[in-house]
Design a protein around this ligand. Structure first.
Ligand SMILES: [Ca+2]
Length: 479
């Protein structure tokens, strides 16, 4: 039957068919996804920084859309990263803490037996894109491998949908002998010469990948920076620059004047600039979408643009993130967007960008942001977004919901509630739970219903609770 059909097709019609298939493939946009580690809401010039200098990222914002209510799905690394890749809330996947997590055996509540890996039966975002004809390449920090478990080495990026992996391991931060400097001791990354800087070397690898792409096959370049996570280490010339700058800097916004961290942010900015230039040089900038965001809040109080809390806290500083998207011909250049979006939204968004069918069974907790990008919607039609953190960090264990402009936080140890109206109180200074008890009750009910619906793991009382020893544990960890 196929032979008969083929015989009927003339050579010219076959040629036409092949040409149009190539055209479709060419029209699929490339995706560059830039994920920064421990990025504070106030770290970029376009988000208010005066001390850090980020001209390339500010240019990206000028050429794209800048979100002002974008959230990470967790206040720590691994769960936030898994939420981006699976489109599912940490509460649903049970991957709720950074791998391998802090241990507080003397605390009031017991941490549930949580999941330290992404389940193979799920189809991840890179797997879905690969299935749709995309080349998929991973660079940098992975931090999604179950340390100390037998199936540890079945959870590299290449086991979850990436064709290639440069630098992705179980590590939550550089662990090579020279840390951010060579020797990096990373898989598939050339150590170069002593003194070479990790962010630059990973960027070299990403640029080399871009040099090998063919225009017939669209790609996902997933660049997951180790920076700006500690240890704070930057090229000496940048450290000198910011040391000098700090001496005369008028710190009116309470910014973090650490020369090494500012140097790390500038190294990131240089990397983003190099990627943007390469896309231009290759003539593919107009058909490439660039997304830039972070995995959780900055690791220092002064990096969050004045928001309350920082990494490891329940407050805005713990999970509100810069998020910029450049999509030539679609997003209005230099625009801002106030819609509430969260890490789980990237998966369905990238599928829609790629013109691929959505996979609602997979990205159950995400909504495509494409209508926001192209202006057909002002905000997403969603009831609320949620967090679930049954763990101890700088914060006590908590759950939270943002519905409209209100955010409610429940602390699990004592059941206390905090309610904030973010439209008038973005820094969460005025707890309204006693002033607006009906609103607090409404959100609390929503939060509890949601937890049941996603099968969230709850904490239990610790029979060995010992406040004095818990305090010792915290002092040891400097928390
Ligand atoms: Ca992080």
């Amino acid at each position: 039957m196929y032979k008969q059909l083929l015989n009927r097709l003339t050579l010219s019609s076959l040629t036409l068919l092949l040409c149009s298939m190539t055209l479709i493939a060419q029209n699929k946009p490339n995706i560059v996804f830039l994920l920064v580690d421990d990025l504070g809401y106030g770290d970029f010039g376009c988000y208010g920084a005066d001390f850090n200098e980020t001209p390339n990222i500010d240019k990206l914002a000028d050429e794209g859309m800048q979100f002002t209510n974008a959230y990470a799905a967790s206040t720590v690394c691994s769960p936030s990263r898994a939420a981006i890749l699976t489109g599912r809330y940490p509460a649903r996947t049970h991957l709720t803490d950074w791998i391998s997590g802090h241990k507080f055996p003397n605390a009031k509540l017991l941490v549930p037996d949580w999941n330290m890996k992404m389940d193979h039966e799920r189809i991840t975002m890179p797997e879905a894109l690969k299935d749709g004809g995309y080349a998929t390449a991973f660079f940098g920090k992975w931090h999604l491998m179950p340390e100390g478990q037998p199936d540890f080495d079945k959870h590299y990026p290449t086991n979850h949908g990436f064709d290639t992996n440069v630098g992705g391991r179980e590590w939550g931060q550089p662990k090579g002998r020279g840390k951010y400097f060579s020797p990096f001791d990373m898989p598939n990354l050339d150590d170069g010469k002593p003194g070479d800087y990790l962010t630059n070397k990973l960027t070299d690898a990403a640029i080399t990948f871009l040099d090998t792409i063919t225009k017939e096959k669209p790609f996902l370049l997933y660049f997951s920076y180790y920076t700006v996570h500690g240890p704070l280490m930057c090229p000496p010339e940048l450290e000198q620059k910011y040391k000098a700058k700090a001496e005369s800097f008028k710190n009116t916004k309470n910014e973090f004047l650490d020369p090494k961290r500012a140097g790390m942010v500038e190294s990131l900015d240089i990397s983003v600039g190099r990627v943007m230039s390469k896309l231009k040089e290759l003539g593919i900038a107009d058909n490439t979408i660039i997304i830039l965001t972070g995995d959780n809040g900055g690791n220092y109080d002064e990096t969050t643009g004045g928001l309350k809390g920082y990494k490891g806290f329940s407050f805005e500083g713990g999970d509100k993130e810069p998020f910029i998207v450049k999509w030539p011909g679609v997003v209005v250049q230099g625009s801002k967007n106030e819609s509430v979006v969260i890490g789980t939204d990237f998966y369905p968004t990238l599928l829609e960008i790629a013109g691929l069918p959505s996979r609602p069974i997979e990205h159950m907790d995400g909504m495509s942001m494409v209508p926001l990008f192209n202006g057909s919607l002002k905000k997403l039609d969603r009831d609320a977004i949620y967090w679930h953190y049954p763990h101890y960090h700088r914060t006590k264990p908590y759950g939270a919901i943002r519905k409209g402009n209100f955010k409610l936080i429940e602390f699990f140890e004592d059941g206390s509630l905090e309610l904030y109206d973010l439209s008038i109180d973005p820094n969460e200074t005025n707890n309204l739970s006693k002033i607006q008890p009906k609103k607090a009750e409404e959100l609390f009910l929503n939060l509890k219903k949601w937890r049941v619906s996603v099968g969230a793991q709850m904490m239990k009382k610790n029979p060995n609770y010992d406040p004095a020893r818990e305090k010792e544990d915290r002092d040891k960890k400097n928390m």
